[in-house]
Each structure stands twice: as C-alpha cells, then as structure tokens.
Design a protein around this ligand. Structure first.
Ligand SMILES: *Cc1c(COP(=O)(O)O)cnc(C)c1O
Length: 714
C-alpha cells in the first residue's frame, strides 16, 4: 500500500507546478492511466488523482514503468528550475533582484484553471510560460474567479445558455499564501465605501509565480465575497471593485511579499489603478511630492493596449471612481478634478467618463499595441491625448503577439521538428534562419502527419457532437448521423473565436445556397467546424451562433457543418492542430492581433484571413491566403459586402483548387509547399519567446533603467 500512496503523492507534487502542461504527454501520462477519467476531469490532475482507483494506478504502475517516468519528470523539472544559463540570465540579469510585475485580469494557462475567457487571457498565460522558459524574472498578478467564465451549452432552439459552475478550489493546483506565523495573508483596501479584503493564492508556472487575489474571505460582506466570482460578469460597480483589487491590491500584495518590482507591466487597462497605488507608496516611502513620484513610476511602467474597439476600454463615472479611489487620491494630494482628469482625454470635460486606457497612457512611459497595424491604429486613436505631436510621434509602439509554442504544438509535429531542426530547437525557436530546415521535410511525411491530426480532430468533434445531442435528447437517428459527421478527405475549415460583432462569424455563410453547393460538391467539397462563445449580454452574437447551429441541424449540412459547444483551450487545441484551413475575417482594422492563427501555422494548417492584426504583417503571398488587399470602408455594410465577395473568390479560385490538386502519388504538392512556407517564414517570428524577448529588450530593460527605449514603429 505504501507504494501506491507515494505514486499518487509524487504525481500530485509534480503537477503542483503547471510546468507539466507544456511537457510532452508521454511524461505526465494521465491519459495512459485512464483516458476516460482524464477526459472527464477536463484534464485536471488533482481531481484525476482523487478519483482514480488506487488499484488501477498500482496495476498500471508496473506496466508503464510509472515510477521511472515520475523520477525522470522530476529530474527534468528540477533541471529546468535550476538552469542558470537561460536567455534571461544572460540578457536580463538586471531584473533578477527586482522582477517584472505583470498584471492581467485573466490568465489562460490550462483548461483546468478556468480564470480566462479568451485571447487576452491566453496571451497572458503564454507570456508567463515563455518568461519561465527564457528565465526572465517576472511575477504575475491576477484574480481568482471562483466561477470563472461561463460554460456554454445550446438549448433545443440553438440559443446559448450560460452556466456558472463553482470551481472546486481544492482541486486546483494553487496554494494559499500565509504569513510567517502561518495565518492567511490579507490584502486590505480602504475606500470611501468601506474596506475590501482579499486572500492570496500562489500558482507555480515553471520558474514564474502567479499570485491571484480572491475576495472570498469572511471579513468581507456577502456581496464582496462574491466580487471575484465571475470574469467580466458584473456591472460597472463590480468591475471597478475588481479592478481596484487587481491594481491597488496587486501593488499592496507585492509589498506584503517584499517584492520590489523594477517594472510594472499592465496587460490591458484593467489594472491601471496599480500605477496610482505605486505613486502613493513611493511618496510615502521616499517622502517625495506627487510630480516626482509620478514621473518615476511612469518611467517604470509598460502598458499594452489590446483593442481598437471603443467598447473594449473600461470607462467609469467619476463618482464611482471617487468612492473607490478617493482615499488614495487624498493620500497623493490630488484634487478631485485633477484626479478625474487623469482618466479623461480632455481633462476639463466634466461629462467625459474616466477611462482606464487613458489613465494607463498618461501614467506610463512605455506603451504598445499588439501588431504593427494595431500600433498605427492606436497612435491615431489616441492622438488627441498628445495635441503637440503629429500622429507619427504619438508614443505608442508595437510588439506583435506570439503564442507559446510548446503549449499549442501537437506531438506529431513536435517529432518532425525534433528530427529536422535538432532536438534543442525549442531553445532556438526565435532564430528565424533555423526554420529554413523545414524545407528538407519529406512532403509525404508532412501530409501524413496532418492527416493523423485531422483524424484526431474529427474523432474529438464527433464525440462532442454526440454528447451535445444526447443532452438535448435527440433521436437515435440524429445521434447516428452526428457520429459520422465530417470526412477525413474533405478540405476542413475551422472558425473558432469569441462571437464579437467585429469578428463577423457569419460572413462566410451569407450566401447560404452557395455554401450548400460547395459542401455538397462531389469532387471538391469543403466542410466547416465552428466554435465560440458570445458574451452573455450580446444578443446579436447569440443570434449568430443560433444561425450557424441551426444550419448544422439541417440534414443537408449536418455532416459537413458543425458547431462544437463550449470553446475553451482544450477545444482550441484540437481545432488548431487538426484543421486544413483557419478562417479569420474580422472587420479590419479591429482585430488588434489575433493569435489563434499562429497556433494553426505551427501545426501545418494554413491561414485564410483578412489582412488584419498579425496577418497584415505575416502574409507574403506564399504562406497562406489573404482575403482582400487590406481595404477598409467607413460604411460597414460596404466593407462587409466587399469582404464577403473577396472571401468567396479566394476560397473558390485559390484555396479549394490548391487543396485538391494532387499529383500521381496523391499528394497536393502546391498545398504542402505553402505549409512549409508558412513554417519557414512565420514560426520563428510569431511565437511568445520572441514576443517576451522583445518586451525585455524594448520595454522592460529601459523601464528598469537600462538602455533607451527603441520600440519599432512602422
Ligand atoms: C488562442 C485562443 C483565443 C484567441 O484567439 P483569437 O485568434 O485572438 O480569436 C481565444 N480563445 C481560446 C480558447 C484560444 O485558445
């Protein structure tokens, strides 16, 4: 008996650090131990180990050489943690004693830790992971949401239902932060409307630590205990209180932990109150006036803005701001009007709401958008804040988003990279010349790998469709049909993202008859996999989902057009690894970056996208497909018409023919050439290691007082 307890304990200890989520499966092997249970627990190892029958584990231990595997994993983890020759140790030693504090309202690290809703969170999670891999000293600050974001199901009417599930906190790989006397640490914020308190959780992400504030403590009243229940779930009062906790609470937390950051990185404006609290604390510590403290804190602050969509920037009435920040305002000796002016483009305009993005732009010396195009759009958008400068001179640069390769890369593709790029390729992944070696990959090998991945996607989708249909008590005939949905030999197009209006999920389906013809084509058919959530308040987004899901019920479409419910990181992984084509058709220039297409290209899929966000700087004519030529129009209806026409034209005249153009051996050589071109020209640039290195060189080091800032502008 002692033996099996120790296996469980050791596995539990191993998974206490989220490092395991980006290791090859064969190292953690939960799916080998009990695939069904692993799947049922949504890949949560703590829950898995609580539920797996000990006899089963014991029996499997022998068979799978479990002890040796665990020992091996521990050895690798401790080597990883102890590595002193990392990129960060060489290039950012200055940050070692005073790390970067990275603030974000959401972190998407893994599907089993549901504190993210979409791209912003995934980006933050990928940032932490790459900082860890590179050895860049950085701590994350976020919030623990007891219910996370909602679980999506569709009812019989194909109408989105939101279900908020209580996360079992004891099943998360997190630990309460305690004081030296073993009591729980508390963070306190005194406001004009009472005291808000929070406890703090620690999450280990490789070498990086993430701290999560959580208001669910007995000292708070009932409504404050629920303050951090839901991500983006409340009204303005809930949001400002969440943001108070994140920003002000986050800086107090650093102080309580004795961490003196050299850089504050605000990932989005949500956390901008952090700067005010930092100024207050500098004034208190150094006895300096507001102006001097504000200058110093601005110099150490990096702000990343994430969207050109107006509704994506939080704005609060002055009174709400005063209720919550009034005490701090008094402590920094600012008048009510001066303070409110910090959140306004035109400080004298008393009707203007207090905007978190404006606050962040005014109080940071380093600001950036998340793609070259978004940098340009942001300079234009915020130029009224800098009346003495030309648009070109607006101090907002850009660093294009990237994805954490090991989190999104499939195992068969990783093996191809291991063989052709050398086993140490992950350490050199931002070396763009290294990727040229992809040219030597055998065409058939690449194609077969893609087929394997696509088969995996189809199996996954069928399983989900059957599960969805059973929940809705559909007939046996329907279930049988869904169990044969999708065809391995058919060109498979994926579209999965939030159903925000500007992303135009319905664009490709506008001419339904045309699409029906294309799906039913006998020689060159296409098929679609859709997924994504609409914001609970977004009626229009829900209608889009409804339209698509209803089409998928029509027998004429149902084998070749499907909607997978509850898009999350797990669904995303299957999709980005298994599709032939990733469709992205935002209304340019509203997609600041987009990152899902970057996950796709790593796995051999091709992007088929409007020239917006990252794709505007990535597409070179050979590495995927473009929709249109990068036009916009003042009238959205005109733009939508044009883009729809361009989409259908490229789809029918380029994408479909290239996919079905086979040589004597059955290989689509032209297609494979594009896959290789995508990997060669893009993989080295659009990964999170390159992104974090750019932040270090262009933002963190200058903000910490080393070198001057030279953010690229174009
Ligand atoms: C990558 C990812 C996103 C972001 O994708 P976009 O291209 O920015 O829409 C959103 N949600 C999930 C689950 C993801 O994995």
């Amino acid at each position: 008996m002692a033996g099996q307890v120790s296996v469980v304990d050791k596995l539990r200890e191993l998974t206490r650090n989220l490092w395991w989520v980006w290791q090859p499966n064969d190292l953690t092997l939960f799916h080998i131990l009990d695939a069904e249970l692993w799947h049922e627990t949504n890949h949560n190892p703590v829950e898995f180990l609580n539920k797996v029958p000990p006899e089963k584990l014991e029996a499997a231990a022998e068979e799978t050489a479990l002890h040796s595997r665990i020992e091996y994993a521990f050895r690798r983890l401790s080597e990883y943690l102890a590595n002193t020759e990392s990129w960060g140790a060489l290039h950012a030693p200055a940050l070692r004693t005073r790390p970067v504090a990275y603030f974000s309202a959401e972190f998407g690290l893994h599907e089993s830790l549901p504190i993210y809703s979409g791209g912003l969170g995934i980006l933050a999670g990928d940032h932490l992971k790459s900082a860890s891999d590179l050895g860049v000293p950085l701590v994350g600050i976020g919030l623990l949401y007891a219910q996370g974001y909602f679980k999506q199901t569709l009812d019989e009417n194909a109408w989105q239902q939101e279900e908020y599930l209580n996360t079992k906190i004891e099943m998360l790989p997190i630990e309460l932060v305690k004081n030296t006397d073993n009591s729980e640490l508390r963070i306190q914020i005194d406001t004009h409307v009472g005291v808000l308190q929070a406890r703090v959780w620690r999450v280990e992400v490789g070498r990086t630590t993430l701290y999560l504030l959580d208001s669910n403590v007995p000292e708070n009243n009932e409504s404050d205990r629920a303050l951090t229940s839901r991500l983006y779930g409340g009204d303005a009062r809930v949001r400002i209180r969440q943001e108070l906790l994140l920003g002000v609470g986050g800086v107090r937390l650093l102080k309580a932990l004795d961490i003196d950051p050299s850089v504050l990185h605000l990932n989005e404006g949500h956390s901008a109150f952090a700067v005010i609290e930092m100024i207050r604390s500098r004034m208190e510590r150094d006895g300096v006036p507001y102006g001097e403290a504000a200058r110093d804190v601005a110099a150490m602050t990096v702000f990343t803005t994430h969207t050109p969509v107006a509704a994506g920037h939080d704005r609060f009435p002055a009174q709400l701001v005063e209720e919550h920040l009034g005490k701090i305002r008094e402590a920094v000796h600012l008048s009510y009007d001066d303070f409110m002016g910090l959140g306004r483009v035109y400080p004298g305009d008393l009707n203007e709401l207090f905007c978190m993005t404006v606050l962040a732009l005014k109080l940071s010396r380093h600001a950036n958008g998340v793609s070259a195009l978004h940098g340009r759009v942001s300079r234009q958008m915020w130029s009224p804040l800098f009346p003495n400068r030309t648009e070109e001179q607006v101090p907002i640069g850009h660093i294009t988003n990237g994805v954490h390769v090991m989190s999104w890369l499939s195992s068969p593709m990783r093996q191809i990279f291991n063989r052709h790029l050398g086993p140490d390729w992950p350490e050199r992944m931002s070396d763009t010349t290294m990727w040229r070696k992809i040219a030597s990959v055998d065409d058939a090998e690449l194609w077969e790998t893609q087929q394997i991945l696509k088969a995996g996607l189809i199996k996954f989708v069928r399983g989900r469709l059957v599960q969805q249909a059973k929940r809705r008590n559909e007939s046996a005939a329907v279930i049988e049909r869904l169990n044969h949905a999708l065809d391995l030999n058919v060109l498979t197009i994926g579209f999965a993202r939030r159903f925000a209006t500007y992303k135009r999920a319905g664009l490709v389906l506008r001419d339904v008859e045309r699409i029906k013809e294309m799906l039913a084509s006998t020689d060159r058919p296409i098929q679609f996999v859709f997924a994504g959530k609409a914001h609970p308040e977004d009626h229009f987004g829900k209608e889009l989902i409804q339209n698509i899901a209803k089409l998928s019920k029509d027998p004429a479409f149902s084998q070749r057009l499907v909607f997978v419910e509850n898009y999350d990181m797990n669904v995303a992984r299957y999709l980005v690894q298994g599709v032939d084509v990733w469709l992205n058709n935002p209304r340019r220039p509203q997609e600041a970056s987009g990152t899902s297409g970057e996950k796709v290209l790593l796995n051999g899929g091709l992007n088929f996208s409007i020239l917006d966000g990252w794709w505007a700087e990535a597409y070179d004519g050979t590495n995927g497909f473009a929709i249109g030529r990068g036009e916009s129009h003042a009238m959205t209806s005109v733009q939508d018409d044009r883009d729809h026409a361009a989409l259908i034209k490229t789809l029918t005249s380029e994408v479909v023919p290239l996919f079905y153009d086979r040589d004597a051996t059955g290989l689509p050589r032209g297609w494979i050439a594009r896959q290789k071109s995508a990997l060669i020209s893009l993989a080295g640039r659009f990964n999170a290691d390159r992104m974090v290195m750019d932040y270090v060189r262009n933002c963190y080091l200058p903000a910490a007082g080393f070198q001057s800032c030279a953010m690229p502008k174009s």
